[in-house]
Design a protein around this ligand. Structure first.
Ligand SMILES: [Zn+2]
Length: 450
């Protein structure tokens, strides 16, 4: 028996011990992905009705909301009826968590854990997640790995930001767990080029099947590998998550690791909400687990809508029509060539943190900036600081490859890009600090009204 198969078997046994239902969910999702759109919608509706009834009976926040609108749970008869329910913003969810009004009275029935996620505006969202929602997300995660043609027990490298402060017991438990699963994990917070080089050497040695992590961190390591001429790393896939994946980043990462990127979208409240399949023509929504609506918003670029999400499985703290601040482009009625019935979105656009707002209420997504800056081998990293609605500071970590010609090219491009709405200062820095959250942010907004 190969070590990979042994690891898989050991991991499966541990997982079954931890939650006997994992296997059942996993088998169900393997089949349900091939169901028709209508069948999946019917399945969603059944789950939604139960969630609404539970929330009305046990969650004060939703009960009050229903009563205000004179709604009864029975009024939600089809998915479209969701529109009758008010959208909940992040602030309300935060306040509701503090006052406990968004938490189910019987939350202890759902074996819930407190989860803290670094939200899109940098302020973390603390919430309760029931065990069922977590196990279902993990089963969907396995299905997504299979889209990359990898199985449980495959070797993978994780590239995250700073590790959370956890106690020694948890660290040991996590290490054993990761070892069984074949996972090597790195936290790249504050790394310099030499650290990335070491990491690349380890990757070459252990030969993982996939690399998974935050998009900017993976992009950075791909960029450094490109700069150093390291071309002999071949993966089955790269799984990026947590921030917008720009086309220019996708190309560099794919070229560098000789594989395709399978971008995954989770949102701050749900572990997995949508991801790319092997056709790479959009994101399949995990319809069995979430209802993902796209709604119009003021001042957004053409075709871009706000994501409003309903987690069908978290009964400890239900998220019903929750606006998480992320944006996407729709792909209504599109049928993916893979044949799966799961609904689709075209792309995850600039999240809220990826948008610069000007005094004349213009919005700039970061796509043009990334296309401009990341095209130069001489630029290792960049970050935009929005100081005011009239001014941005662009921090650049450069290396010896950046020429005077490149700099004047960038400046010539910046003026038309900013359309006279913003002035800018370029600042060359040694390092870009990541503060507060563990993600490497391209945009920091210092606007008080953001
Ligand atoms: Zn597909």
């Amino acid at each position: 028996m190969s070590s990979k198969v042994m690891r898989r078997k050991l991991f499966q046994s541990l997982q079954n011990m931890r939650n006997p239902k994992f296997q059942k969910y996993s088998e169900f999702f393997e089949k349900s992905q091939w169901s028709s759109q209508q069948e999946l919608k019917n399945y969603q509706l059944e789950k939604l009705k139960k969630l609404i009834k539970h929330s009305y009976e046990n969650v004060p926040y939703y009960r009050e909301m229903f009563q205000e609108k004179n709604l009864q749970p029975e009024d939600i008869r089809k998915i479209e009826d969701l529109e009758k329910i008010k959208i909940t913003q992040k602030e309300s969810m935060k306040k509701g968590f503090e006052s406990k009004s968004v938490i189910a009275k019987n939350f202890s029935d759902y074996n819930a854990k407190v989860v803290k996620t670094s939200g899109s505006t940098g302020s973390p969202l603390t919430h309760l997640r029931g065990n069922k929602s977590t196990i279902i997300s993990e089963a969907l995660m396995l299905r997504y790995y299979r889209w990359m043609n990898v199985e449980q027990g495959h070797k993978q490298v994780l590239l995250w930001g700073r590790s959370a402060r956890i106690n020694a017991y948890k660290i040991i438990r996590k290490k054993i767990h990761r070892c069984i699963r074949g996972i090597t994990e790195f936290h790249t917070h504050g790394w310099g080029k030499r650290d990335y080089l070491e990491c690349l050497k380890i990757i070459k040695r252990i030969k993982p099947e996939i690399i998974r992590g935050y998009t900017p961190n993976i992009f950075l390591i791909a960029n450094i590998a490109r700069e150093l001429g390291i071309e002999d790393i071949t993966l089955k896939g790269v799984s990026t998550t947590a921030q917008t994946l720009f086309e220019v980043q996708r190309k560099i990462i794919e070229d560098q690791f000789n594989c395709k990127i399978f971008d995954q979208y989770g949102g701050s409240e749900s572990l997995i909400a949508a991801c790319e399949c092997e056709e790479h023509c959009g994101y399949h929504v995990m319809d069995e687990h979430v209802i993902l609506e796209l709604v119009d918003g003021k001042g957004l670029p053409d075709g871009v809508k706000k994501i409003v999400i309903t987690d069908l499985d978290n009964w400890a703290q239900p998220f019903i029509r929750y606006e998480n601040g992320d944006l996407a482009e729709s792909l209504d009625g599109y049928k993916c060539k893979c044949g799966r019935g799961l609904s689709m979105i075209k792309s995850i656009k600039g999240r809220t943190q990826d948008i610069v707002v000007t005094q004349n209420e213009r919005y700039f997504t970061l796509h043009p900036f990334t296309s401009l800056f990341y095209n130069f081998l001489g630029i290792d990293q960049f970050q935009i600081i929005q100081d005011t609605r009239a001014h941005i500071t662009i921090k650049i970590v450069k290396n010896n490859n950046l020429t005077e010609k490149d700099i004047s090219f960038i400046k010539n491009k910046l003026d038309p890009l900013l359309q006279g709405s913003l002035s800018y200062t370029i600042e060359y820095v040694e390092k870009i600090k990541t503060s507060g959250t563990d993600k490497l942010k391209i945009l920091i907004s210092n606007l008080n009204d953001a």
